[in-house]
Design a protein. Structure first.
Length: 115
């Protein structure tokens, strides 16, 4: 294969038989799906490409070549639930799904049956 020169972002798609581009497309798809699934969450989703260039020197200490690594990182906001009031005892948590704001709240379904 002939030598390729990287001068633009588009040229990165050629590296490693297009692997970087495939990873970028995968992360972009994941981010856009998250925006579609959670449009009410206004936190920005982020997609970054980090390029690390490290020198490789010869025995005389002059530059011989460089090692280039690319990292594609997609970030979406963490999944989290609304807070739920619970009682805490040794090794266990107790909640009432009919009263999410007050773990001490009693509900009608807890009344003893009438005789």
């Amino acid at each position: 294969m002939a030598r390729e020169t990287i001068k633009t972002i588009a040229d990165l798609a050629k590296v490693s038989s297009g692997l970087i581009d495939k990873v970028f497309q995968h992360e972009l798809h994941r981010i856009t799906e998250d925006v579609i699934d959670r449009p009410g969450l206004t936190t920005a989703r982020k997609l970054t490409i980090e390029i690390s260039v490290s020198p490789v020197t010869d025995q005389g200490g002059t530059l011989d070549s460089v090692k280039v690594a690319c990292e594609v990182n997609g970030r979406v906001p963490k999944q989290k639930s609304a807070p739920h009031s619970m009682l805490c005892k040794k090794g266990e948590l107790t909640f009432n799904d009919n009263s999410k704001d007050n773990a001490h709240q009693r509900t009608l379904d807890e009344l003893p049956p009438k005789a």
